[in-house]
Design a protein around this ligand. Structure first.
Ligand SMILES: Nc1ncnc2c1ncn2[C@@H]1O[C@H](COP(=O)(O)OP(=O)(O)OP(=O)(O)O)[C@@H](O)[C@H]1O
Ligand SMILES: [Mg+2]
Length: 351
């Protein structure tokens, strides 16, 4: 239907609670969202970024591929968490090839894991701000064990992993695609079911990243335990769909206590950034991830940080294929799609 280059990948965001899949076609003129879908995972299938039940997760991916009638097998996924170290370092100026050779030496100094246990990658950000003989580099190390776990999972789902990205960088890619020529410091924050990814970009370049173990399922688990109901009932109560089962005030109290902690974590990250790079302030916070829709969170964060807070619009730069996508649905779940849209923008030849 659309004449498009065949170098695109399926974006697959494997969250601990939901799997998101997107396919973007690039034509001469436009980028078109062809497919998008979300499938729920059962509790316990993925815990702390580790795949506990590969069969269940692979079947969920296959089910989603089937429902959306996706034929492509090449995918881009991302990983996150404590098994990944991202460090911004300063080194003497060198070419990409020289950096490739010197990377092990640099990594030894900055990465607290045994080097034989990690995959190492880097991205040259640009010249150092004050020393013309030096450059800034983003160094990334991911534990091989975790990468292998995801590669095995995709094989089980009959898919080919072409790009293994990092959540915060996928978020940044989505930002580049949708927010053109944004200047100043902007904090991209994704809060999912069990983790928060934070990436501060300055003039479109990532300068600070952090992952924190908080998320929407904390609230659901606490409601379930305090009011002795199932996880599903607690989830319905949280999003206001199960009136009377659980007292309203009780839910509000639990939501407030957790969302205050999320705000504290965000403020702590911003304060750290602003104290490290003096004279910088954050111009805007862009929120994504399902848990940022928790009632009251947006207003609380706006009040507590005094920063302009916006919900993420990850479909903004795309034409939507309306035959295959429901616009109301996309609008409703837009924040949840952010990382997946960054992944779906990756191309076969990307690192
Ligand atoms: N309307 C809503 N109100 C409150 N919470 C919501 C809403 N919609 C989704 N959530 C919460 O968002 C979370 C799921 O979001 P998301 O799909 O971004 O997580 P995930 O990517 O699977 O998790 P993670 O990235 O942390 O592993 C769940 O905790 C869910 O309860
Ligand atoms: Mg997620």
């Amino acid at each position: 239907m659309f004449s498009a280059k065949k170098d695109h990948l399926i974006g697959l965001d494997i969250g601990s609670r939901t799997i998101k899949l997107a396919e973007i076609l690039q034509t001469k003129k436009d980028r078109i969202l062809k497919k998008f879908g979300i499938a729920d995972l059962p509790q316990g299938a993925i815990v702390d970024g580790r795949i506990k039940e590969p069969g269940v997760v692979a079947d969920t991916i296959k089910g989603l591929m089937n429902d959306l009638k996706v034929k492509e097998q090449k995918v881009a996924i991302s990983i996150a968490g404590y098994s990944i170290i991202i460090k911004r370092i300063t080194v003497d100026k060198m070419t990409d090839d020289e950096m490739q050779e010197g990377i092990q030496y640099e990594a030894e100094q900055y990465i607290p894991f045994e080097l034989q246990d990690v995959n190492i990658d880097f991205h040259i950000i640009g010249n150092h701000e004050s020393n013309p003989n030096q450059m800034n580099v983003m160094l990334v190390a991911a534990k091989k064990e975790i990468v292998d776990e995801y590669v095995d999972l995709l094989e089980m789902a009959n898919l080919k992993p072409c790009v293994i990205d990092i959540d915060v960088f996928a978020l940044e890619r989505m930002f580049e695609d949708n927010y053109l020529n944004e200047e100043g410091n902007i904090a991209l924050i994704d809060i999912g079911a069990n983790k928060m990814n934070m990436n501060i970009v300055k003039d479109n370049i990532s300068v600070f990243t952090r992952d924190v173990s908080v998320g929407g399922d904390q609230i659901t688990r606490e409601i379930a335990s305090r009011f002795d109901c199932s996880f599903e009932e607690a989830e319905a109560a949280k999003i206001g769909e199960a009136k009377n089962k659980v007292p309203e005030e009780g839910i509000q109290e639990i939501i407030s206590s957790f969302t205050s902690i999320w705000c504290d974590e965000i403020r702590r990250g911003i304060d750290f950034y602003c104290s490290t790079y003096r004279d910088e302030d954050i111009r805007q916070i862009i929120l994504s991830g399902g848990a940022t829709q928790t009632p009251g969170f947006f207003d609380l964060l706006s009040a507590e940080t005094s920063v302009d807070v916006q919900m993420c619009k990850p479909f903004e730069s795309l034409q939507i294929d309306e035959k295959q996508n429901d616009l109301d649905y996309l609008h409703k779940i837009a924040p949840q799609a952010a990382i997946c849209m960054g992944l779906a923008s990756r191309r076969v030849y990307d690192k």
